[in-house]
Design a protein around this ligand. Structure first.
Ligand SMILES: C[S@@+](CC[C@H](N)C(=O)[O-])C[C@H]1O[C@@H](n2cnc3c(N)ncnc32)[C@H](O)[C@@H]1O
Length: 317
């Protein structure tokens, strides 16, 4: 295996900057997907590409899929503690056609009575945890947002204005994601192992659950994320010279919230714009969403220093 060079100059061209977020297929809808920010995050990859991208809070794995689409990572490892979600990824990777045909069947079967079909499917999913049922629920539920009860049951309601992505659309998205993720590996382990065990020529990208829902029992993503053990794991990764990027917290221009990661970690902290908040627009306000990115010292060094990173983030803003 060849090691990525320690310093890498700016990419001569960066198609991920100009193509726009919709060019890369999203296998399934998922609230919190990082599609919009993909171009900024991909700017922080060594220009020559990396041997493996590790994404421990994978969800719909927007960054891994985009990195594969632009050939910036030879392969990826995705993990998430939501086991049915990882089982869904396994199906996408190993047997996309079967998954597409089940979705098509379910989508058509719902047409007589979409409301009761959704409720019946949700009940069935809570009993069986079958990934093909999760795919249907994600396509039909409000804001593609998973919600769980205290006992771990999926309890999000259906969006009654929509029937979910049409089968032809899902077929295209899953086929395309499956091809890109063909060599990907998956696991349901928590983030610590994948983060701290990464080797020097790999990059770890993390998008943990947002603060505010994180130090409390989290109904959004099955489990919350506690800041102290997370900071400890980041310290171990820094000590191990792991190249990592963390998306941590969202700040809006008139409503700041969330605590920064401890400065003792020595991470480079950058604010990047994630565009106008669609949630605020719906409420008649114009609000720019700014997100924090933290970059590990090993990656800063690998990219040629902090000023080089500023150039990369500012290129084609
Ligand atoms: C904000 S979402 C990630 C969204 C992702 N960036 C995307 O593109 O779809 C956070 C994810 O972290 C997962 N998660 C929560 N706690 C975790 C943990 N301790 N270890 C690994 N994954 C975890 C949740 O199940 C959820 O899917």
């Amino acid at each position: 295996m060849t090691l990525a060079p320690l310093t890498a100059s700016l990419p001569a061209s960066a198609p991920w900057k100009t193509d726009g977020p919709r060019v890369v297929a999203q296998a399934f809808p998922y609230q919190g997907s990082k599609r919009i920010l993909a171009s900024k995050i991909l700017s922080l990859f060594p220009a020559q590409g990396i041997s493996r991208l590790i994404e421990p809070f994978a969800g719909s794995a927007a960054i891994s899929v985009a990195a594969r689409h632009y050939d910036l990572a030879s392969t990826v490892h995705i993990s998430d503690v939501n086991a049915p979600l990882i089982a869904l990824w396994d199906r996408i990777i190993e047997d996309p056609n079967e998954l597409i045909s089940t979705y098509t069947q379910m989508w058509n079967d719902q047409l007589d009575d979409p409301r009761s079909f959704y409720l019946k499917t949700r009940e069935e999913f809570n009993a069986s945890k079958k990934p093909e049922l999760l795919l249907y629920l994600l396509c039909r539920c409000v804001k593609a947002a998973v919600r769980y009860s205290k006992s771990g049951d999926f309890n999000q309601g259906a969006d009654h204005r929509r029937l979910g992505a049409r089968p032809a659309n899902i077929a295209e998205r899953i086929t395309s994601a499956s091809k890109l993720m063909k060599t990907a590996t998956t696991s349901t382990e928590s983030y610590v192992g994948p983060l701290t065990g990464a080797s020097r020529d790999e990059v770890v990208y993390m998008d943990p659950p947002y603060q505010g829902t994180s130090d409390v029992p989290d109904h959004r993503y099955l489990t919350g994320l506690q800041r102290a053990p997370f900071s400890e794991a980041l310290q171990t990764a820094v000590d191990n010279n792991v190249s990592f990027i963390v998306s941590y917290d969202v700040v809006t221009d008139d409503n700041k919230y969330g605590m920064a990661l401890p400065s003792e970690l020595g991470l480079l902290h950058k604010h990047v714009s994630a565009g106008v908040s669609s949630q605020a627009t719906l409420q008649g306000k114009k609000q720019v969403t700014v997100e924090s990115l933290y970059i590990s010292p090993a990656l800063v060094e690998r990219l040629g220093g902090a000023s080089e990173i500023d150039k990369r983030l500012d290129l084609y803003p």
